[in-house]
Ligand binder design. Structure first.
Ligand code: HEC
Length: 464
């Protein structure tokens, strides 16, 4: 086990979208030790799960300042000398186990249906080890429906243009738009008029995040520089055509924008952080978040820039100038990993050998560990790790893939036979016909996901 990262407590939301979000897919099993002595506790509501959590700062290496700083990151207040005490807990997540600077995150609760998502938040996204209480220790957890939000696969919707808008470019004058984070409607129209933000909100964690602090000096560029104002108007129009608005335009979001807000007062570009500017302009590699070909996305490309655009050079130039205006340059981001870090970690993950009870048995029974799943892949050994739709979720080397639609129950281990499509699931690969038979003695890669970007079993097995 390797816990090389420092900021270990990142829940799904943060992990998906910040640079710092670590992922260790390697910490299943094992009971980490945590030190007896405790500096204090921090109680707060986890922004993603919306559930109360309480962290204890255990071990000799914690200072009060460090604990206070960690706690305020979670919008809590350090209570020195206190322990996390509850009548009932789901369990506790141990971060940086085995050292003298351990965080023990206690998850209060008594509802076993919260166990899987809590465990996943800890292990897959936080890089910790989850120690379940009696509430979460039962053998029958897989029988309990996991009530976390399920990723809604993208759907292409064709609607009539709004009154007063010109005819659409599709058949019959319709406007066709994918309901997907990386998608856009026709330039000059607004995404929310032509697609479903409700669907988009399932595809990626949403929560409000305060914008970057305003500039020290008032920003007069809109008034002083007509050329700048014209470019800004174009960038705004580009952003407004795309699904980004579902979480980045405050009046459309359920609870407020996440960092950047196209409706912010003054010059809304100031609501981006420097990281956000680099991301939007394509100076950071965000390709792992997925992209449509421009020809299937109303002319919007997201291969080059982070924000989709009908003119990558023009958008890049705008954000390049913005970075320089802020005292940064594209070169500052040249060595950064592809972002978000969690997708990068999933992409470079190197599977080890399957444990007993993981893989495909002689009679075709497929088994995995870690709970029920919505996506199952059997791939040739050496295939790239499956990524996000629409363009990274069917790697070359996929032999068989089945999906569980969002309104159906997830599959249990042992419930599937290789090549046989269970009721209420759909075969994504091969597009038609049967999967190629596995060859005895050959190694294959099983990749089982609880949901998009939530792998729970990833390992190499030898076909019997
Ligand atoms: C379902 C919600 C959702 C959608 C849709 C969405 N984002 Fe975000 N985005 C977030 C959240 C939440 C954060 C904040 C993450 C954090 O602070 O940990 C964020 C942060 C960002 C940041 C970093 C901002 C900064 O300045 O630090 C960028 C850049 C970004 N998103 C770009 C995009 C683009 C481009 C699109 C559209 C292609 C998009 N996002 C669509 C939820 C979303």
């Amino acid at each position: 086990m390797n816990h090389a990262h420092r900021r270990a407590s990142t829940p799904l939301v943060l992990a998906l979208l910040t640079l710092a979000g670590p992922l260790a897919g390697c910490n299943r099993g094992g009971d980490p030790a945590f030190p007896e002595n405790n500096l204090g506790r921090c109680i707060y509501v986890n922004r993603f799960s919306k559930a109360e959590e309480c962290r204890e700062y255990r071990g000799d290496d914690w200072t009060e300042d460090a604990a206070r700083a960690d706690c305020s990151e979670w919008t809590g207040e350090l209570e020195v000398g206190e322990l996390c005490e509850y009548d009932s807990i789901l369990g506790a997540c141990i971060l940086e186990g085995g050292t003298e600077k351990v965080i023990r995150v206690v998850n209060p609760g008594d509802d076993p249906s919260d166990c899987r998502s809590t465990e996943r938040g800890c292990e897959l996204f936080g890089g910790g080890v989850f120690l379940g209480s009696a509430v979460c220790g039962g053998e029958d957890l897989d029988d309990i429906e996991d009530d976390s939000v399920v990723f809604q696969p993208p759907v292409l919707e064709c609607r009539d243009p709004l009154e007063g808008e010109p005819a659409g470019a599709s058949e019959g004058g319709k406007v066709c738009t994918w309901s997907m984070i990386s998608a856009c409607t026709e330039p000059g129209r607004r995404f929310q008029d032509y697609a479903s933000c409700d669907m988009v909100l399932t595809q990626r964690p949403y929560f409000p995040v305060p914008s970057a602090p305003p500039p020290a000096e008032p920003d007069t560029r809109i008034d002083d520089d007509p050329a700048y104002a014209a470019e800004l108007a174009w960038v705004t129009e580009q952003a407004e055509a795309c699904a980004c608005v579902c979480c980045h335009t405050s009046s459309i979001t359920p609870m407020g924008a996440a960092v950047w807000d196209t409706e912010a007062a003054g010059n809304w570009i100031n609501t981006f952080s420097p990281y956000g500017i680099a991301f939007a302009g394509g100076f950071l590699d965000s390709s792992l978040l997925g992209a449509y070909p421009a020809s299937d996305n109303n002319g919007f490309d997201r291969e080059i820039t982070g924000m989709p655009t009908t003119d990558p050079d023009r958008l890049m130039e705008f954000f390049r100038k913005e970075l320089i205006h802020r005292g940064f340059s594209p070169e500052d981001f040249a060595d950064a990993n592809p972002t978000p870090e969690i997708f990068h970690q999933q992409d470079i993950y190197e599977p080890g050998a399957c444990a007993e009870g993981e893989g495909v048995a002689a009679d075709g029974t497929v088994t995995w560990s870690g709970g029920n799943i919505r996506y199952l892949y059997i791939l040739a050994e050496g295939s790239r790790n499956p990524g996000t739709p629409p363009n990274l979720d069917l790697p070359v080397g996929t032999l068989w893939r089945i999906d569980v639609p969002p309104d159906q129950s997830a599959l249990r281990s042992g419930q599937v036979r290789y090549g046989q499509v269970p009721d209420n699931t759909s075969q994504r690969f091969p597009a038609s016909g049967s999967a190629a038979p596995l060859i005895s003695g050959t190694k294959y890669y099983i990749y089982a996901m609880a949901d998009v970007a939530v792998p729970i079993t990833r390992c190499i097995f030898t076909a019997p």
